[in-house]
Ligand binder design. Structure first.
Ligand SMILES: NC(=O)c1ccc[n+]([C@@H]2O[C@H](COP(=O)([O-])OP(=O)(O)OC[C@H]3O[C@@H](n4cnc5c(N)ncnc54)[C@H](O)[C@@H]3O)[C@@H](O)[C@H]2O)c1
Length: 247
């Protein structure tokens, strides 16, 4: 199960393609963003030859929508064994100007959405005695932001880290691992458009690997964290940032 899977140049779509190569059946979720090409069903059609794939519109902030998506998967797909939650939105507004409405939405999509997905998928995984959950934080949670997004996003992505650790502790005894990806800057459209070469070069200057990340960099790590061999990797904050934060 991959959320945020409908973005044309996003990490979720790359993860969906990577997992399809590993033979996973897939439930792909994304908001049906008016006018924006973020359609999970289109990505599902790209993959339909390789795996059994269901793409649905789902706002991860809605408990009813998340429950309905999982119920549809119960009907049409094998039991959910892995979740990669990539649905997320930024908050570029400076702290002293951020409105409560923006704060609430950023917390709802990034943090509350993670909770709802962990609960819906986690219940099924606990019942099965096996599961793999990957949540998505950000280097912004560690350094307070400034590049892509600011304080509200940092707070929401820090909440994701706490949730991942708590879930790892509570679900671990049931055979379910929970880890958090901590991406550095990745070349997607999350800020509303592609990064230009000048911006990429500026960002790369602060990254020991000498470049910004690509969605495929995250997809490889997500595929590993979902694999059978990753069963003893639990509660980690898995940096994929070219060495931006060494800890
Ligand atoms: N790109 C980066 O530099 C970067 C760095 C750190 C963390 N991240 C995180 O990685 C994840 C993927 O981001 P991306 O870079 O691929 O950006 P993206 O904008 O391409 O993808 C995010 C996806 O989430 C979806 N989404 C937003 N609100 C949603 C909702 N309410 N319900 C369901 N889906 C929703 C969007 O429609 C979009 O398809 C996000 O959680 C983001 O915060 C990205």
């Amino acid at each position: 199960m991959v959320t945020g899977a409908g973005s044309e140049r996003g990490i979720g779509r790359a993860v969906a393609h990577r997992l399809a190569r590993d033979g996973w059946s897939l439930l792909l979720l994304d908001v049906d963003g008016g006018g924006v090409r973020r359609r999970a069903d289109e990505v599902a059609r790209e993959l339909a030859d390789g795996a059994s794939v269901l793409g649905l519109a789902c706002d991860v902030t809605s408990p009813d929508a998340v429950a309905a998506a999982l119920a549809a998967a119960d009907e049409q797909l094998p039991p959910v064994a892995g979740l990669v939650n990539l649905a997320g939105i930024p908050s570029p507004t400076p702290l002293l100007e951020v409105t409560l409405a923006e704060w609430d939405r950023v917390m709802a999509v990034n943090a509350t959405g993670s909770l709802l997905l962990v609960q819906e998928a986690g219940r099924r995984m606990v019942a099965a005695g096996h599961g793999r959950i990957v949540l998505t934080s950000s280097v912004t949670a560690l350094d307070g932001g400034g590049t892509f997004s600011k304080s509200a996003y940092a707070a929401a992505k820090a909440a994701v880290l706490g949730l991942a650790r708590g879930a790892a502790r509570e679900l671990g005894p049931h055979g379910v691992t929970v880890n958090a990806l901590v991406p550095g800057p990745v070349d997607t459209d999350i800020m509303g458009g592609a990064l230009d070469d000048e911006r990429k070069a500026q960002m790369a200057a602060g990254i020991p690997a000498g470049r910004v990340g690509q969605p495929a960099d995250l997809a490889e790590v997500a595929a590993f964290l979902l694999s059978d061999g990753a069963g003893f990797v639990n509660g980690t904050t898995f940096s994929v940032d070219g060495g931006m934060h060494m800890h």
